[in-house]
Design a protein around this ligand. Structure first.
Ligand SMILES: [Zn+2]
Length: 161
């Protein structure tokens, strides 16, 4: 099922300066728009520029509210917003899970309760997204672990050949 979008390419052109639109368009073509998640009328994406920017669009009827955490202040929306807007128009977004929340509380672990969760319980109750985030963080910080990870994946890949 395709979500009916409340905007089109003309709206993006109106909201951005000519140069932002052109640059955003290049960004989109270069595949710089990473995952875009849609929840109701909110789209949240990450766009890779000099660093990775968090870009958000709230599409309320015909009002488009773009925000981005870059420092662009030259008028209109920034190129990251344009790039994400183009990705959305091409249907390149995923529906977010209900209550998707990168937060341990979303699995309702309440340490104060009488039942103490074991590591195994916490591990299996935790969303994959959160586990991946933690794993990535650890791997980035630990060279040795990173190498073990690469070897493990490599070994597994060979087993499946
Ligand atoms: Zn931006």
């Amino acid at each position: 099922m395709k979500t009916k979008l409340a905007f089109d390419i003309a709206d993006l052109k109106l909201l951005a300066t000519h140069s932002s639109f052109e640059r955003g368009s290049d960004y989109y073509d270069q595949g710089r728009v990473k995952k875009v998640i849609n929840k109701q009328n909110i789209f949240e994406g990450k766009v890779k520029g000099t660093s990775i920017y968090d870009t958000r669009l709230i599409a309320d009827g015909h009002a488009l509210d773009f925000t981005c955490n870059c420092t662009y202040e030259m008028g209109g929306i920034c190129k990251h917003c344009v790039a994400m807007g183009l990705a959305i128009l091409d249907g390149e977004f995923e529906a977010g899970q209900e209550e998707a929340n990168l937060n341990l509380q979303s699995v309702e672990i309440k340490p104060s309760q009488s039942h103490t969760y074991t590591f195994e319980e916490i591990f299996y109750l935790t969303k994959d997204e959160l586990k991946t985030q933690f794993l990535h963080q650890q791997l980035t910080q630990n060279e040795q672990l990173k190498n073990e990870f690469i070897q493990y994946i490599d070994r597994r890949a060979k087993e499946h050949r």
